[in-house]
Write a protein of this length. Structure first.
Length: 259
């Protein structure tokens, strides 16, 4: 009788342990599953409150239509912060795409409209944020124009085709995610000998969505640069004095081109 009772008690203990183990494994699995889903969710907004925010993007409204770019703000935070703050301030509003090379790229971001101007929120220039995993590997890549290493300002360009020869020279910080038909249409605009579009392609507005820095002050030492109202040398071409003032004021001007 004792043997039978002991065997029964032992079996009950084993059954309880199995049930408890299965329960623990089940809850642990569920927890690890949902944690892994959260950890690997691609590009979730940092202030996500279960609203399912998408990655930060900027819609660029132009005279030829609207296209939207996704920003790689985790990989290039300084570059994206500069771009976003300039967008929110209206710095790019009214600026033209001053350079267009079919089957290569089109460029903008210079208030002067000739490739010599522009300023960042960090000052005249700031350093590159070149990432090996980000490449000019397709049409629609958003990248910083510069005049050499660590000379980024406000100018940027968008590719019409893969341009791997630009890797390591220019900071890739985004990609066109919607509106490539508009980009393709822009590529058809005729240009002059200096690669300037004969029909002006103008930015009307830039609208930021899912801004991870919304409500935050600018980083210490940063500021929104003033936007030149007019290029005096063009407004007064016969005035040597005004031309002198323009050259003096823009004495640090440099051509920012991808090449």
């Amino acid at each position: 009788g004792i043997h039978t009772r002991s065997s029964h008690t032992f079996d009950m203990h084993i059954l309880k342990m199995v049930v408890y183990f299965e329960y623990m494994m089940s809850t642990s699995f569920q927890a690890s599953y949902y944690n892994s889903r959260e950890s690997f969710s691609p590009r979730v907004h940092p202030n996500n409150d279960n609203t399912g925010f998408l990655e930060m993007s900027v819609s660029i409204v132009t005279s030829h239509g609207t296209f939207m770019v996704e920003l790689f703000w985790r990989e290039c935070p300084r570059t994206c912060r500069n771009f976003v703050e300039l967008c929110k301030s209206g710095y790019y509003d009214g600026i033209i795409f001053h350079r267009l090379i079919p089957d290569f790229m089109f460029q903008t971001g210079d208030p002067y409209g000739d490739g010599t101007g522009g300023e960042s929120i960090y000052g005249p220039t700031f350093d590159d944020e070149i990432q090996a995993r980000l490449s000019h590997d397709s049409p629609g890549i958003l990248s910083m124009a510069n005049a050499g290493r660590n000379t980024n300002s406000s100018q940027f360009f968008i590719t019409f085709r893969p341009c791997p020869h630009l890797d390591g020279k220019h900071t890739v910080f985004g990609k066109v995610m919607d509106g490539m038909a508009v980009v393709d249409e822009i590529q058809l605009v005729k240009v002059d000998k200096k690669k300037k579009p004969k029909t002006p392609i103008k930015i009307f507005a830039t609208n930021v969505s899912n801004d991870p820095w919304a409500g935050e002050d600018l980083p210490a030492g940063c500021y929104i640069p003033e936007k030149p109202l007019v290029k005096v040398a063009e407004k007064y071409p016969r005035s040597w004095f005004c031309a002198f003032l323009f050259v003096f004021a823009n004495r640090n001007g440099r051509l920012c081109y991808p090449c």
